[in-house]
Structure formats: C-alpha cells, structure tokens
Design a protein around this ligand. Structure first.
Ligand code: HEM
Length: 324
C-alpha cells in the first residue's frame, strides 16, 4: 500500500495489506457463552498488537502479522447496536450440483509470517492466553507452494489488486465511516479430489481455471457458453465497473491422509461482492453453468467475519469491558 514500508517491522496488528507470506495459520474459534469468556476474549483482543510485537520482534525478517476477524454473533455480544453495515453470518449457497455450507466461527485469526515456526509460536501463545474461554473449531497451517501455485498446479493470486487499487477493493470507505479501513473476510476450507483432477487433460484444466497452467496467461472466454473460474469470479456492475477482492489463499495438506486442500480467504470492502462471486460459482452464469472447479474441490467450511482497524478493535473491546 502506498506510503507503507514493509521493511518497517513488526507489522501492526490488523494490517489487511501485510505482505503475502511463505507460511500462514488460519484459526477459527467460537467464544463460550458465559460473560467471563467474553471478558477474557476482549482482553486478549486488546493485547493482540503487543503479542505480534512480542513474537515478531524475535526475528524481524520473519515479518509476522496477524488479523483478527469477528463474526456477526460475537460482534453483537461485544457491541450490540453498532456494527458494520453488511456484517451477517455466512449465507449458505445452493447450486444445482454443488453447495457451500455455512459453519460456526466467532473469531478468525489469520496469522502470516515467512517462517512457520513464528506462526506456530504466535498461535501457541495466543491460545494459551485465550485458555478455556474459547473452543477451536478449525485450524489449518498453509504453505506457499512453488510459484505461488495451488495444489491443482495453477498460480493462485495473480489478479489480486495492488497499489492504490488494494485499499479501494479491500477496505471499507466513507460509505460506512465508523468502520472505514476495516474489511469483510470470508473463509472456506476446500478439499480437492486430486485423482480426478490428475485424470483431467491439461487443456481442460486450463479452460476450467481460465489461465494457462505453465505460463499463467489469462484465457479469453467471454464468448464461451461455459465460463471459467476466473470469469465467474469477475464481478462488474451495470456501468462496467469491476469489483475486486484481496485473496491470500494457501495450500495445505497431509499426503499420508490423502488430504489436499486450498484455504480460501477473501478480504473485501463490500460483503456483497464475495457473495456475488459465490452465487456465480455455485449457481452458475447463466444458471446451471456453474464453476467446474467445484467438481474437483469441496468446501468443508464457510464463515464470514469483519476485521476492524487496530483502533476500531481497541474501541470495541474497551466498550465491551465498560459494559461488562
Ligand atoms: C478451491 C478453491 C479455489 C481455488 C483453487 C482457486 C484458484 C484460483 C486461480 C488459480 C485463479 C487464477 C489466478 C488468480 O488471479 O489468482 C483464481 C482467480 C480468482 N479467484 Fe479463485 N480459487 C478458489 C476459490 C475461490 C473462491 C471461493 C472465490 C470467491 C468467492 C475466488 C475468487 C477468485 C477471484 C476474484 C479471482 C480473480 C479473477 C480475475 O479477476 O481474474 N476463488 N482462483
């Protein structure tokens, strides 16, 4: 992002635009129902920035960053009556063949670093401080895989917005001034059918994704009856304006368990943009012509959060401790 120098580390908590990294942990938890649990969580969220410094300062070149996202139910518990305009639980999507489930999650921690041991250390201390106030619902350790490829072999992340386009696409603006600078975050954990994918000829795989496999060049399929993943995920309004999101997907897996996945994470200024992408992928455009990537990739989770700016997060937890 303009004006930022990422050699200046540690990185502030809640930096949506922190650099893409070699390692990441995606941790989703629910907060237990009692008031003490809520107070504990509020105090840990209040100390998140210090925790990033405590671990991040041990190796500045590790560029540790952490973003906490807050789900709609937890937001209501922390701050009833004042919340980001579009924030609501993930809406399940039902297509003719494939569906996207909505799964539980009050908090998302998106932890990134150049070293997986830094992500691990941060997560360990974070969970230790949260103690019995939360229940872990999902935990995924992702890694950067050659040329930033997903496990299907395609370079993933190329069309991400850069420079000034990044905040314009990913960060809330004046349309919701109280929450400006924050971001809607949607996550989905996908598992791949690698055998079926391997049997699919490369030119068909390329038509499905919308890019060539080796060179990562876009394929024009505007006139094709069956659109690629890339085209279905391209959102335009009636005036022809394109709406991007910021993705930081990571591969993960355990070959010994035949587990091969992509952890999808999208940050967006507007939640409706990601919802529209999902509609086009699952229902299809035109209806029925769904994203064939889904014939090989199944979502096992689906959760929506809002990641406030660091000062907005501080306000939120202070408000909550004042109220509690
Ligand atoms: C199995 C899960 C997924 C995989 C493996 C995957 C992979 C890819 C790949 C390889 C590309 C092309 C290169 C690039 O621009 O990054 C791409 C593009 C894109 N994907 Fe996905 N994706 C997945 C799920 C999703 C989901 C769930 C969404 C949105 C809800 C999404 C949104 C996008 C967008 C916006 C683009 C860029 C389109 C453009 O402007 O060219 N992807 N994805």
């Amino acid at each position: 992002m303009s004006g930022k120098n990422w050699d200046r580390v540690p990185i502030d908590a809640q930096s949506i635009d922190a650099p893409l990294s070699l390692a990441a942990v995606f941790l989703v938890v629910t907060v237990n129902a009692d008031k003490a649990a809520l107070a504990k969580v509020a105090s840990v969220l209040g100390g998140l920035d210090d925790l990033v410094k405590n671990v991040g300062f041990r190796d500045l070149s590790g560029r540790l960053s952490c973003i906490a996202g807050i789900g709609a139910d937890l937001w209501n518990r922390l701050s009833p009556g004042r919340r980001p305009r579009e924030l609501k639980p993930f809406a399940p999507v039902k297509g003719p063949v494939h569906s996207a489930p909505s799964t539980a999650g009050d908090l998302l921690f998106h932890i990134r670093a150049e070293r997986s041991d830094m992500c691990f250390e941060f997560e360990r201390i974070l969970l230790d401080s949260l103690g019995g106030s939360i229940t872990v619902v999902d935990e995924v350790s992702g890694f950067r895989y050659f040329d930033a490829r997903d496990l299907l072999g395609f370079v993933d992340g190329t069309a991400n917005p850069t420079g000034l386009d990044l905040p314009a696409a990913a960060l809330v603006g004046d349309e919701d001034a109280d929450f400006a600078g924050g971001s809607y975050v949607v996550v989905q954990k996908y598992l791949h059918d690698m055998r079926a994918w391997a049997k699919t000829p490369t030119h068909v795989q390329e038509e499905i994704i919308g890019r060539t496999k080796i060179d990562n060049i876009e394929i024009d399929d505007d006139d094709k009856p069956r659109k690629s993943h890339k085209s279905l995920a391209t959102i335009e309004d009636d005036a022809g304006n394109e709406y991007d999101i910021l993705r930081d997907n990571m591969p993960f897996g355990r070959p010994g368990q035949n587990e091969y996945g992509t952890y999808f994470i999208g940050y967006s200024r507007y939640l409706w943009v990601i919802e529209k992408m999902l509609q086009r992928m699952y229902v299809g455009e035109p209806a029925g012509a769904y994203d064939r990537l889904l014939d090989f990739s199944t979502p096992h989770t689906g959760t929506t959060f809002f990641a406030p700016t660091r000062p907005a997060l501080q306000d939120l937890v202070q408000q909550s401790s004042a109220a509690g």
